[in-house]
Design a protein around this ligand. Structure first.
Ligand code: PEP
Length: 250
């Protein structure tokens, strides 16, 4: 049984007081929700949010890491550093990082390996652009990104990964993939994972959908057999929206 996992990606938003107040609401919403919940604040808010989440089940997620542990990489932060700050999870290869900060399948793979080597659970993001979907390259892109991300990742680590399918054309645009579109790609990702690690491992890996998830569409998306959670951007920034997403089952 895959426990649904709802993660809020706060991106480059919220100052400390706002982050603390939202984190408190998320802890409240998560109680009795029957799903796993996590939030990804900006780095500077991680210590304050860690205090709020202490003793709760809500996961603390970093938005990015460098693949090296330390060194001359001005402006970067590493897996042991975010772990030291209390994070248990890390988002890797978000499309905004691929688009604006030059991340590639290769850097995603290095970051995944660093996360695993420090006992962090990665949420690896993959997804096609609108141009790629219109050119009917969706499955080719998803295959390249999945195989690239997982290259050299062993079965024991693969069992722990969370993969977020986030069609780039649906992120922050208000345009959501239909439940059938999401399911089609999720089933394809699971098939790829089965080829790489066997059906048993693939069946246990959680696949989140991301792209304009909101209270109005969460139930329908979550009713799909291979949609195991959501990575939520805009709607994760307010308790009014993220609360009902977290509590979609209640
Ligand atoms: C995201 O950033 O991962 C995302 C899915 O954003 P939004 O929910 O705003 O589309």
């Amino acid at each position: 049984m895959r426990v649904p996992f709802m993660a809020g990606n706060w991106k480059m938003n919220l100052l400390k007081d706002e982050a603390v107040s939202l984190a408190r609401s998320v802890v409240e919403a998560a109680g009795g929700s029957g799903v796993e919940v996590g939030v990804a604040p900006v780095f500077t808010c991680i210590p304050a949010v860690a205090e709020v989440l202490a003793g709760s089940e809500v996961r603390l997620i970093a938005q990015n890491i460098h693949w090296e542990d330390s060194g001359a990489f001005t402006g970067e932060i590493s897996a042991p550093m975010i772990k030291d700050a209390g994070c248990t999870h890390v988002i890797i290869g978000h499309s905004e990082r691929r688009q604006f900060f030059g991340e590639t399948d290769e850097t995603v793979n290095k970051k995944l390996k660093s996360a695993f080597s420090h006992g962090l659970i990665p949420i690896a993001c993959i997804g096609e652009t609108l141009g790629e979907r219109e050119a009917e390259k969706t499955f080719a892109v998803i295959e390249r990104q999945t195989r690239g991300a997982m290259a050299g990742v062993g079965e024991a680590d693969a069992r722990k990964i969370v993969i977020a399918y986030e069609p780039v054309w649906a992120i922050g645009t208000g345009k959501t993939a239909t439940p059938d579109q999401a399911q089609e790609v999720h089933a394809y990702i699971r098939k790829l994972l089965a080829e790489l690690y066997g059906a048993d491992v693939a069946e246990g890996i959680r696949l989140q959908y991301g792209g304009s998830v909101k209270p109005a569409n969460v139930k329908e998306l979550m009713s799909m057999p291979d949609v195991d959670g959501a990575l939520v951007g805009g709607a994760a920034l307010t308790a009014e929206n993220f609360g009902p997403i977290v509590r979609y089952k209640v």
